[in-house]
Each structure stands twice: as structure tokens, then as C-alpha cells.
Design a binder for this molecule. Structure first.
Ligand SMILES: CC(C)(COP(=O)(O)OP(=O)(O)OC[C@H]1O[C@@H](n2cnc3c(N)ncnc32)[C@H](O)[C@@H]1OP(=O)(O)O)[C@@H](O)C(=O)NCCC(=O)NCCS
Length: 173
């Protein structure tokens, strides 16, 4: 973790290419992040172009974990919520490059996301993760509370339904 820097990402061709490669790889390895395998580069690029454009408008923060110039992890903090939920934010698209997993990168990304959320007056975080091959141990180790499970919520990247686990966490300074 010594060399890993966490920062908000801005649109650039290099960042877009690395985000897309990570998303394609994550889906190929069975990660439930909204897409089916094989994920076409055009679809991955379009997703991240839209996401980084939303970040530029201040509607979300796309955080990156960088090992030098190499993007090795990402998480998105969604801030664009309805007017009656100004205190809330959502966590999405948490992923670490396969070669860099189990080193604490996702944990560092989440801690940074929590700090940024709190700095923007957000005191409640919500996320969901797949029952099969999801990240529930990670979120529980970070203090997220399980609300419950919705069965058969989404298709897994290689097919077959999985439930989703809904988590929440109050955050403070
Ligand atoms: C889930 C995911 C983001 C975790 O990323 P990661 O960078 O490996 O996460 P961390 O290293 O912070 O923690 C993962 C585990 O490694 C352990 N760990 C952390 N540092 C470690 C170290 N130095 N040595 C050994 N293990 C370590 C943690 O205790 C944690 O244990 P857990 O499996 O009980 O949760 C990653 O596996 C991934 O990209 N999965 C596919 C996409 C996905 O499912 N995303 C979630 C969508 S909701």
C-alpha cells in the first residue's frame, strides 16, 4: 500500500482506457458490476465516458487507486440524489485489478470515499453487492450493516441469477 495514491479521477484518454480495461477484466472474472461477459470495449468506454462527465458536473466522484501511473482500483461515490436525501450518498463500481487484490486497496478506496462523502455533508452511505461472488465480507469489515437480501436480483456476468445484499452505514468524522 506504500506506493498507492488515492485521488479523484478526471477524464483523459489514459484514465478512460484503464477504467475500461479494469471493468472488462472484472466482469470476465465474475464481478457483479452491472455488465455481462464478454463486455465489449465500446460499451465499457461509453459507461466510463458518461460517468466521468457526471463527475465533471459534480454529480459523482470517481476515485482511482494509482500505483505510479497505473490505475489499480476504483470506486464511485454517487452524490446526485433526490432533494429529500441531501444527507445520503451511494457507493458503486468498487473494483480492484485482479493482479492487485488482497492488498487493502478497496479498503483504502472506501475510507477515502467515506471521508469525501462526510466532507460534503453526507452522513449515510448505501450500497449493494451480489450474494454470489460479491464483496460482503469487505463491506462488513468496513462497518456496513446488512439490511436484507433481494433474491434473484440480477444476472451474474457468466449467466444465472444471483440475489443482492443491501448495506448501509452512518458516517461521522
Ligand atoms: C471486492 C474487491 C473490490 C476487493 O478488492 P481488494 O482490493 O482485494 O480488497 P481489500 O484488499 O481491501 O480487501 C479484500 C480482502 O483482502 C484482505 N486483505 C487486505 N489487505 C491484505 C493483505 N495485505 N494481505 C492479505 N489480505 C489482505 C482483507 O482483509 C479482505 O478480506 P475479506 O476477503 O474478508 O474481505 C475485489 O475483489 C474486486 O474487484 N472484486 C470484483 C468486483 C466486485 O465484486 N466488486 C464489488 C461490487 S459491489
Amino acid at each position: 500500500m506504500r506506493h498507492i495514491q488515492i485521488k479523484a479521477l478526471s477524464p483523459s484518454p489514459d484514465i478512460l482506457a484503464m477504467l475500461s480495461d479494469m471493468l472488462i477484466e472484472t466482469v470476465a472474472h465474475g464481478g457483479s458490476v452491472s455488465f455481462m461477459h464478454p463486455l465489449q470495449p465500446e460499451m465499457a468506454n461509453a459507461f466510463w465516458e458518461n460517468s466521468l462527465a457526471a463527475a465533471t458536473r459534480g454529480e459523482r466522484i470517481v476515485l482511482g487507486a494509482l500505483d505510479g501511473d497505473l490505475l489499480v482500483g476504483t470506486v464511485t461515490l454517487l452524490l446526485d440524489l433526490p432533494p429529500n436525501q441531501p444527507h445520503r450518498a451511494e457507493i458503486a463500481k468498487m473494483m480492484t485489478k485482479v493482479s492487485h487484490r488482497k492488498r487493502g486497496i478497496a479498503t483504502a478506496l472506501m475510507r477515502a470515499a467515506e471521508r469525501m462523502a462526510f466532507a460534503r455533508g453526507r452522513t449515510l452511505l448505501v450500497l449493494d453487492t451480489a450474494v454470489d461472488e460479491g464483496a460482503s465480507p469487505l463491506y462488513e469489515s468496513l462497518g456496513f450493516n446488512l439490511t436484507g437480501i433481494i433474491p434473484d436480483y440480477a444476472l451474474k456476468p457468466h449467466g444465472g441469477l444471483t440475489g443482492t445484499m443491501i448495506y448501509w452505514k452512518r458516517i461521522a468524522a
